[in-house]
Design a protein around this ligand. Structure first.
Ligand code: GNR
Ligand code: NI
Length: 176
């Protein structure tokens, strides 16, 4: 039997739940795997290339990603309790978006190469080197675990403009 996966609601900024620091996962249990299944389904549905559990209101250190192109086989990645054990000194600019900051894209500079340690879907310890879009995405997702959004890397002016527009959009949706 396939597990019944559920598409969860993605929290949109500004929202205090996105600022929570996520807690480490004690053990990769079936319950955690069910959460990861829901996260992947929610991410594919959005669609997006990454999702942190806190974006669906679960403040645990879990990330799912899939950077495969549409013409490729899916390549789901599950990162539990990820840690960056090495980051390169070079900063690479990348145009970032976020499912919790819909319709805004801004350039953020981050280390171009990172090495990670994490637990996989089975709870096995793993290491991975990431560069290019994977490096950017991993660091974007790991920011979520610290309650940080990509807009927090922008100027105060740019950030407040984006958050103001998102607030306005929420009011419109509430009154609709
Ligand atoms: O779907 C997403 N695309 C994206 C593009 C550039 C840099 C980062 C990302 S992550 C984002 C999904 C998301 O919000 N993950 O937290
Ligand atoms: Ni995001």
């Amino acid at each position: 039997m396939f597990p019944a996966m559920t598409i969860r609601n993605i929290i949109v900024a500004p929202d205090p739940r996105l600022k929570v620091i996520s807690k480490p996962v004690d053990a990769v249990t079936d319950e955690m795997r069910a959460l990861m299944d829901d996260m992947l389904e929610t991410m594919y549905d959005a669609p997006g290339i990454g999702l942190a559990a806190v974006q669906i209101g679960v403040p645990l250190r879990i990330i799912v990603m899939d950077l495969a192109r549409e013409d490729e086989e899916p390549q789901p990645l599950y990162l539990v309790n990820p840690e960056i054990i090495e980051a390169s000194g070079d900063l690479v600019p990348y145009d970032e978006g976020c499912l919790s900051v819909p319709d805004f894209y801004e350039t953020v500079e981050r280390p171009g190469h990172v090495t990670l340690r994490y637990l996989d879907y089975q709870g096995e310890i793993r290491e991975m080197k990431a560069d290019e879009m994977l490096a950017t995405c991993v660091q974007h997702e790991m920011d979520h675990l610290e309650g940080i959004l990509f807009v927090d890397h922008l100027t105060r002016l740019r950030r407040s403009m984006i958050l103001r527009k998102l607030t306005k959009q929420k009011r419109l949706e509430e009154s609709a």
